[in-house]
Write a protein that binds this ligand. Structure first.
Ligand code: EPU
Length: 420
């Protein structure tokens, strides 16, 4: 990126205090947009975050026949006819969730040709789980033009075992299975709240699904789905990032609409660090960290374990905790790009195999750093808020992909942050 791209300038070192609400979940909203392809009826989605990835996903849907209008946080779509089962590779490579058109097109039109999806460079990110599922439902999968063609004259329900509880893999196979004939069981499915929400939306469209939100999902196929008016769940990763910014700055932050049971693992670790956490379905989650913070050991694993997407901002917060912390990354093999950036700010942090070791507390001081992916960007923003002096964050296009109104929300909490 050129130096003329916008950047954040943060004057850190002050405790964040106050209450904010977060946007709808980025990832869940992307799944919801892809799900709209499964019906010929109009669909209305509410609480959709105003972020770049939603615009990209809307383009993907338009490329196969949808009309999509975005007004504030409401998205209206209509896909009376699938006009193409071959979304342009140039669109698919822009984000990871674009690959969900494959399951949606397979379910609705019996065919799709899709390029490999884009997304953050945080690990090898294979797609085998998706294809195992499609093949089990009776589809053929073949390499073509650098991508994959899936095709099925007739999708039939099956008992499907996933080697790994892939999040997008579960949603993709769910999309194809809801319109298959007969019964499908997905074993070792991803139980993430965003996956469960996608299933809830499909149920609202007439699908018959049970067990979503657990590792075993049961689906009874139906011949067609209808339209729905559906609200996206609050973003637990965005909420977690603000709570960690509150802890890192020894502040007092409440995220009003955070869903506590989506963030049990973070709440437990914040308490272990010595922060006071109040959580209730009515009041959201409040973290208060006026005293010293303590080091913790933890691992980033699939839900309900500690979310890999909160690992980088957690590591940033742990630079302010006394003692030696360890974060063991067990989802991605390249999640630690942020480590060098935190070192530039004065953090004592090293990688050791799959683990990151942090010695704290460090007196961070502001300097120029980069947002290398969405969550690496969250890490440098959290660290910049805790650092004395001026931190400049470049490449914030990554943050714009995932965090709606980041600077406004942080300003509400008393941060000094501006976009230049
Ligand atoms: N994996 C396999 N086989 C597969 C697919 C994945 O072994 O076929 C492994 C990968 O190697 C990786 C792990 O599974 O180690 C996680 O991959 P998964 O497929 O679960 O991730 P994803 O569905 O591609 C979504 C989110 C990510 C989030 C992960 C894990 C979207 C668009 N992306 O990715 O979110 O990190 O689940 O929770 O929903 C982000 O929001 O910043 C982000 C990267």
């Amino acid at each position: 990126m050129s130096t003329s791209d916008p950047c954040y300038v943060i004057h850190g070192g002050r405790p964040l205090r106050g209450s904010i609400a977060v946007s709808g979940s980025k990832n869940a909203a992307l799944y919801a947009l892809a799900a709209t392809l499964l019906t010929a009826d109009p669909v209305t989605l509410r609480n959709v975050p105003r972020i770049a990835d939603i615009d990209e996903m809307a383009e993907v849907c338009r490329s196969v026949g949808s009309t999509v209008s975005i007004e504030g946080e409401t998205v209206r779509t209509s896909t009376p006819v699938i006009t193409s089962t071959e979304p342009p590779a140039a669109l698919i490579v822009r984000l990871r969730a674009s690959f969900l058109v494959m399951g949606a097109l397979l379910g609705r039109a019996g065919e799709a040709l899709c390029a490999p999806p884009g997304g953050d460079v945080i690990g090898s990110r294979p797609l085998d789980v998706h294809f195992v599922g499609f093949e089990a439902l009776g589809a053929s999968v073949a390499r073509e033009d650098g991508g994959w063609r899936v095709r099925a004259a007739h999708l039939r329900g099956a008992r499907i075992f996933f080697d790994y509880p892939s999040v997008l893999g579960t949603v993709n196979v769910l999309f194809a299975a809801v319109l298959s004939e007969g019964h499908t069981t997905i074993i070792n499915a991803a139980p993430e709240p965003e996956v469960a929400m996608a299933a809830d939306m499909l149920i609202g469209m007439g699908a018959r699904i049970t067990g979503h939100g657990t590792p075993t999902i049961e689906i009874e196929g139906v011949p067609r789905l209808h339209g729905v008016d559906f609200a996206v769940i609050p973003d637990r990763l965005e909420a977690g990032t603000y709570l960690l910014a509150g802890a890192a700055t020894h502040g007092d932050v409440r995220v009003l609409n955070a869903v506590p049971h989506h963030l049990d693992s973070l709440i437990a670790k914040l308490r272990e660090m010595g922060a006071a956490v109040d959580a209730s379905p009515e009041g959201g989650i409040r973290v208060e960290a006026s005293g010293a913070l303590k080091a913790v050991h933890m691992q980033a694993v699939p839900y309900p374990g500690f979310a890999t997407d909160l690992h980088p901002p957690m590591a940033a917060a742990l630079t302010q905790a006394a003692g030696v912390s360890m974060v063991h990354e067990r989802v991605y093999d390249n999640r630690t790009l942020y480590v060098n950036e935190l070192r530039k700010l004065g953090a004592r942090i090293v990688t050791a195999g799959e683990a990151v070791i942090i010695e704290g507390p460090s007196a961070l001081s502001g300097t120029a750093v980069r947002a290398l992916d969405i969550r690496a960007g969250a890490a440098v923003v959290v660290a910049g808020l805790a650092a004395q002096g001026e931190t400049t964050v470049r490449d914030i296009g990554h943050l714009d992909r995932g965090y709606a109104g980041l600077e406004e929300r942080l300003t509400t909490l008393g941060a000094e942050i501006s976009r230049r």
